[in-house]
Design a binder for this molecule. Sequence first.
Ligand SMILES: *Cc1c(COP(=O)(O)O)cnc(C)c1O
Length: 461
Amino acid sequence: MKQRLRKLPAVHRILDLPRIKEALVHCGRPSVLRACRQALEEYRQDLRTEVPEEPPGDQEVLGKIEERCLQLLAEFSRPSYAGLINATGVLLHTNLGRAPAAAEFGTESYLALEFDLESGKRGQRLTPIRKRIERVCGAEAAVMVNNNAASLLLILQAIASGREVIVSRSQLIEIGGSFRLPNIMKAAGCTLVEVGCTNRTHLRDFEEALSDRTAAILVAHQSNFQILGFTASPRDSELAELAHRHSIPFIVDQGSGCLHDLRQWGLAREKTVFEYLDDGADIVCFSGDKLLGGPQAGLIVGKAEWVQPLGRHPLYRALRPGKLALSAMDRVLEAHSSGHLEEIPLYELLMTPAPTLKKRAQRLRRRLHSSGLDVELCSTMSTLGGGTTPGSTFPSWGIRIQGGRALLKALRMTNTPVIGCVEEDRVILDLRTVRVHEDSSLEKSLLEAHHILKDLGLTQK
Ligand SMILES: *Cc1c(COP(=O)(O)O)cnc(C)c1O
């Protein structure tokens, strides 16, 4: 054993190999060193587990390590966040980046970020997006930050630090593990005052909790769960009135950024940003990458008196979005207000009528059939996901293939990975979340996955 381990070449000998030397030029020394060490370590592990009959020659060992090293370098150079086809039928898939991004919303290399074209003088970075959000949401004032958690942090820190915020016990939400309303409150230095019960909270609960320490009343949208049965909660307009009687703001964490009546697309209704503003909310905040269909962002809209100072708060500098997000959000908001919703990938997917999806599924089945792959058509139910309209589904079409988890995995290993769902021994690919131009890639990936399974001796029949 010791003898065999001693045979391992030193790192500098590997670095001297011609192909590795060349790799040093293209890949950089840190990556090459890491690949060398990993290849060596793997070889050492191999020697521990399987003892070769004949100790391999020096050149053979070097050759093996070199091969593995180059393989690792090729792996290192691939994008860390692979582009893929979402065939899960979940439109806002948290693990797949929520709303799909669009190349069309990418930015120019340079842009008038803090530059006034007319005067040629320095401009304000926040002003253009602020005006855009104000117009689209019909709000007096607006601010954009990095995500909705940042919205809440900024709002609470600026308005309620060192004071109390009243929240109903039914709304102490957790979203995706790392976002918990009580924790954000603590981070912002304010005291949470819980009122009511999990299923029932009344206006008088809020009234009784109000004191001169109260800084705000906060309502958080129950975005990823439902409380059904014997329930009660005061109207938002009543809460707004109560807050105003005490000269404090009524804050709403709306969450999804819903701007449209979702029922027109067969989805469950969700209260829109406009409706909260109409009910008298002073501040409404929401995510940019949920129902807005834009980049990761947090948008804050509402009364100038409360929202304007947020953009001047020292914390804002730490929470402000980058130019990619700013310019993408600007284009997405313009599409919302001009009614060209189909330009936003999320809405292109959301608005596709089920019969259109059925036709695409049929075409896909025909084409796969002629390549010798047996697939069935199936009607499916898609969901919005991403903590919006919980429990609500809408009709869609997809294809069903024998293959179970093995096929599901093979589909992830293809050049353009496909993420699907598994139901017993069949894989279901829902076309609701597949963009039209991705159909041919989907077909290719299915054939590729089939070959992967074939090579592993795991084919359908
Ligand atoms: C999604 C959501 C959040 C968190 O938003 P991020 O943009 O992920 O930070 C907070 N509150 C509500 C109600 C949400 O739906």
